[in-house]
Design a protein around this ligand. Sequence first.
Ligand code: BG6
Length: 499
Amino acid sequence: MAHNEKPTALIMIFGATGDLANRKLFPSLYNLYAKGQLDKFAVVGVARRSLTNEEFQLRVKESVTEHGEAAANLDEFVSKFYYHSHDVTDSSSYIALGKLAEELDENYRLDGNRIFYLAMAPEFFGTIAEHLKKDKLTNVTGFKRLVIEKPFGHDLESAKVLNKQIRTAFSEDEIYRIDHYLGKEMVQNIEVIRFANAMFEPLWNNRYISNIQVTSSETLGVEERGRYYEKSGALRDMVQNHMLQMVSLLAMEPPIKLTTDEIRSEKVRVFRALRPIIGEEVNDYFVRGQYGQGSMNEKEVPAYRQEEMVDPDSNTETFVAGKLMIDNFRWAGVPFYIRTGKRMKAKSTKIVIQFKDIPMDLYYQREQTVNPNLLVIHIQPEEGITLHLNAKKSGQGTEATPVKLNYANKGIDGLNTPEAYEKLLYDSLRGDATNFTHWDEVALSWSFVDNISAVWENTNEHSFPNYESGSMGPEAADKLLKNDGFFWWPVTEIDVDNC
Ligand code: BG6
């Protein structure tokens, strides 16, 4: 579908009374509607509790008012929302939903197009997909698509089981696996920066790049998600998906065309080239951390082990730093360092590409060697690019001084805002799966991560908690780079706004 064509579909949101629907999906759908990007559509909210259509519409209205920018057409928007109280394991409930879907399809002339959006607990994904087929909701005259939230499984084995279940009802090209990082403006910009600029691509390899650092730090703790997080930890929650996805975009070869298949197949090749880290090697390549108590914004905050629904002896990591090696011609020898954690000093997602030192230091900066060139991609909260160069210091002499060329993408606040969901929802309605993860990517990233969790789950980390809330993680994460002669570029001092 061309970009200016308006999609037509019935959107069924499973988990319609949940947090994700309330905070992201309703406001995002409304934004699309307000921009005139939705044509004919209706929404069925599906969830367990019993609500009338009017009660549901009121919730949607409140969600948009609270989390979005409501305008006069809000009443007209919510009038297209319907509610179905549902039992995910009961066929009769699906049959009733199917009837409602048929009615709406006819009344709104939706061309038999259906989107099934699963915004709920993952343990039901498989059951729902199987019922959708068995109870004939997937018998459509138009398109049918399944949009599915993470986590996609808990490890490779469970992901395979889940995939098999959903594949009974949907083909791979009908499955849209969400990774909301792929909806972020500056994550989508990685490819453009790389492939639309003559000055970067020739240098984008092991001859000119010394290392790449990807940091996604959060200030929040585990909040009310202790039950989920205890079984997940930062490795499964952030590394398997968001962090590895960013690495694949940074490392992929230029696709021969900007089509979904071409881009995905280049990303898959990066995952295939990721050096597996097995057994004892994990300790050389990866560091785990767990936050202790500390102070954030001058307020005392509890340790992870004191959080609700968390085992007081928990071995779950809330921080991961790792060194990834991509064993191909372009990247041989270049470490990709990643780090992510909760309760860290700043909420920040940044990518730093550090170029190699120049061959001979003709200039000096206050008795130091000149700074390396850096390309910093600011993903959030600020969005932009900074290029760190060296120039002559004004005045007498030949002293060099660092200068920064800065591009700030103002006007968008990228903190997991509806914008990412808005883009992804729109893509799923238009049938563009480029910014969703293909099964091959999911499988390869699980097999990489499973090797690490296999070691961590079998050894208690006696140093936990090993970083203070409000810090940048455990010391061992700094050592990881120090051993290679590098250091983490501080995320706060290289902010776009400080330039
Ligand atoms: C989610 C994780 O996928 O990403 C959360 O489950 C995490 O634990 C969140 O907080 C971070 O997203 P963002 O967009 O705020 O960086």
